[in-house]
Design a protein around this ligand. Structure first.
Ligand SMILES: Nc1ncnc2c1ncn2[C@@H]1O[C@H](COP(=O)(O)OP(=O)(O)O)[C@@H](O)[C@H]1O
Ligand SMILES: Cc1ncc(COP(=O)(O)OP(=O)(O)O)c(N)n1
Length: 284
């Protein structure tokens, strides 16, 4: 499958599915994923796992969707429309993780299958609000990560999943090896949470011994809500377009650098990274 950009009128585009929670504030979760899919020229589909009550100040609660309903959303869209790549975000509970994993096996999604699976192991919001039951961490390690083509933890998620504490760039390799030991084919360690005076150099490491640095400047903004979702969604879109993994991650990094540079204030708290830089002017 060769890479394609935005389809012309009447042409069916490549498709990507996000399995994630809704952010009522529109900056992260399913909303960030669908905006990114559109901006990257793929048709986005969604299987909602939870409805969060969320604004720029934080998450004040969420309702989980029954695991069977999550499974059925994934089944109906993939068996009818088809997905060229799949991403997971907030999965909320061990029950949902197990349902998603079983459905991925059934539908040929994951590292050992045809359709790539990008796992963003979302555990908490940037404000520290929990988005994953404590009892579900074991399911992320044992059920989800072994099925991932790529996983994209931030430094807090690395610590929760592996116990490895990253405080400087030199620790990223050790963190990546610890995550790889849990079974994904590739891991992209996101370095956004390193010291504010350091560049944002993410590290991509593969189970085949591949090590690739993804350099980027640090933009002086506090408005990075949805940054992790947006990066993983851009990578998923590039995979759906037929790019290989390393190329797709490079595309994702270029996309997120532009989205962070265009981030905007919103509400009284933290604003989102922006998809507007990629969307052309509306011809009113
Ligand atoms: N201030 C910033 N300037 C430029 N890139 C950033 C900035 N903050 C984060 N990033 C990038 O955004 C992506 C998301 O990173 P990170 O904030 O670590 O993850 P998360 O959003 O999941 O917490 C990474 O590619 C990271 O390097
Ligand atoms: C529904 C939902 N999913 C994911 C998140 C995490 O977003 P955020 O808090 O901005 O953290 P990163 O995108 O930076 O990892 C969320 N808040 N809500």
């Amino acid at each position: 499958m060769s890479p394609r950009s935005t389809p012309g009128p009447g042409v069916t585009p490549r498709t990507a599915l996000t399995i994630a929670g809704s952010d009522s504030g529109g900056g992260a979760g399913v909303q960030a994923d669908l905006k990114t899919f559109l901006a990257c020229g793929v048709h986005g589909m969604s299987a909602i796992t939870a409805v969060t009550v969320q604004n720029s100040l934080g998450v004040s609660g969420f309702h989980e969707i029954p695991a069977e309903t999550v499974r059925d959303q994934v089944r109906v869209v993939t068996t009818d429309i088809g997905a060229n790549a799949v991403k997971t975000g907030m999965l909320a509970s061990a029950g949902i993780i197990e349902a998603v994993a079983g459905t991925c096996d059934e539908l040929g999604i994951g590292r050992a299958a045809e359709i790539p699976l990008v796992v963003d192991p979302v555990a908490a919001s940037m404000h520290g609000d929990s988005l994953l039951a404590d009892s579900a961490l074991g399911a992320v390690r044992e059920v989800l990560l072994p099925r991932a083509t790529l996983t994209t933890p931030n430094l807090d998620e690395v610590r929760l999943l592996t116990g490895v504490e990253v405080t400087r760039r030199a620790d990223l390799r050790k963190a990546a090896e610890a995550v790889l030991a849990l079974g994904p084919r590739w891991v992209l360690i996101k370095a956004g949470h390193l010291a504010a005076d350091s560049d944002c150099v993410d590290l991509l490491v593969g189970a085949g011994g591949e090590v690739i640095e993804l350099p980027g400047p640090r933009h002086p903004t506090e408005h990075t809500h949805g940054g992790g979702d947006t990066l993983a969604a851009a990578v998923t879109a590039a995979l759906a377009q037929g790019r290989d993994l390393v190329d797709a991650v490079r595309v994702g990094k270029r996309y997120i650098m532009r989205a962070v540079a265009a981030a905007y204030p919103l509400g009284g708290g933290v604003g989102p990274v922006s998809a507007f830089w990629r969307v052309s002017d509306v011809p009113w």
